[in-house]
Design a protein around this ligand. Structure first.
Ligand SMILES: C[S@@+](CC[C@H](N)C(=O)[O-])C[C@H]1O[C@@H](n2cnc3c(N)ncnc32)[C@H](O)[C@@H]1O
Length: 311
């Protein structure tokens, strides 16, 4: 009996400490430097990579009742977005820009399996270093540190622009849209996937939703989320726009990723343990945010938007 009481006390104290640390540590967006630092840290300790593999994005699950490997679901996501956006129709050798490329998971698939000539850019120097190390020499994918809001690239210089889950880190969504469309040649392919907040026209946020939203922004260095409607407007109204933009909500295909991302920690405990005791703590610290994300997507506060140029 005493043992159970002691166990419960330790559990409650530990959970309370985690929640206090989770709420107290300031990880809010300050500038693109805060985003670069956050990803540099995640890349250098390799915790995310050991746990979730080389793709820093959600997976695509056709049937949520069918068991799918999390890493396979991420690869499936890349192929689904390639198909949906029309990228698979481009000829071999086409130039593709991957904006916010992480450690190059999508870039390598685009280069290796579709024979595109890919440039991946990210704000994190550590990610560029890691992406280069993970990319074999015969694969046509290069990586550079560059700010998505100030691309050092010529107008109309790419046949396709690809950007997955980088949008939430952009403080100026219009500039993000403008820069992608500026470097995309007329008639080129656009493939963007984003975590979007429910549009204001679809209902005001309640007090609880406002609190949750603040955590979803602050915990992972996000300045703001666009809604699917507002980002579509950014793309259509850009001075570099050429044509209509089609959107879809892929929440139902991706939502399983949130719980899977936690379960991966239990499926591959060595991935965390090998990274040391601090990594175990760091991993546990992310669980409340992941659960809040899951809640927000399940309850319509967040939506998983995909965007393409009209086919
Ligand atoms: C959630 S990760 C997605 C990574 C990658 N697209 C993938 O799917 O594996 C967000 C990425 O956006 C990048 N990013 C954030 N802000 C950026 C900026 N201003 N310029 C360039 N990259 C940025 C981060 O460095 C990171 O690589």
């Amino acid at each position: 009996m005493i043992n159970w009481i002691s166990f419960l006390i330790v559990l409650v104290v530990t959970l309370s400490a985690l929640v206090i640390i989770w709420l107290a540590k300031d990880r809010s967006y300050k500038s693109s430097l805060s985003v670069a630092n956050a990803y540099d840290n995640w890349t250098n300790d390799q915790l995310l990579e050991r746990l979730w593999g080389e793709h820093v994005h959600l997976g695509y699950y056709v049937n949520s009742f069918k068991k799918t490997d999390f890493r396979q679901a991420k690869v499936d996501f890349v192929h689904e977005l390639i198909k949906w956006s029309g990228l698979d129709k481009l000829p071999k050798g086409s130039r593709v820009l991957d904006v916010g490329c992480g450690i190059g998971g999508s870039s390598r698939i685009l280069a290796k399996e579709y024979n595109f000539n890919v440039l991946g850019i990210t704000i994190s120097p550590a990610q560029v270093e890691r992406a280069k190390l993970l990319t074999q020499e015969d694969i046509s994918a290069n990586f550079e540190v560059m700010d998505a809001l100030d691309l050092q690239l010529e107008n109309d210089s790419f046949d396709a622009v690809w950007s997955v889950e980088a949008g939430p880190h952009m403080p100026d969504k219009q500039q993000y849209a403008d820069e992608m469309l500026r470097v995309l040649r007329p008639g080129g392919v656009l493939a963007v996937a984003d975590w979007n907040v429910r549009d204001v026209m679809e209902g005001r946020k309640t007090l609880i939703e406002n609190f949750i939203m603040q955590q979803l922004l602050n915990q992972w260095t996000h300045p703001e989320f666009a809604s699917i409607t507002s980002f579509r407007k950014n793309l259509i109204e850009s001075s570099f726009s050429s044509g209509d933009i089609q959107v879809e909500d892929w929440t139902k295909f991706t939502i399983q990723s949130w719980l899977d991302s936690i379960l991966e920690g239990f499926r591959r405990p060595n991935a965390i343990i090998r990274s040391g005791p601090f990594a175990v703590f760091k991993g546990f610290r992310e669980i409340p945010t992941i659960l809040l994300m899951r809640w927000a997507f399940a309850n319509g506060l967040m939506q998983f938007g995909v965007f393409r140029r009209k086919l």
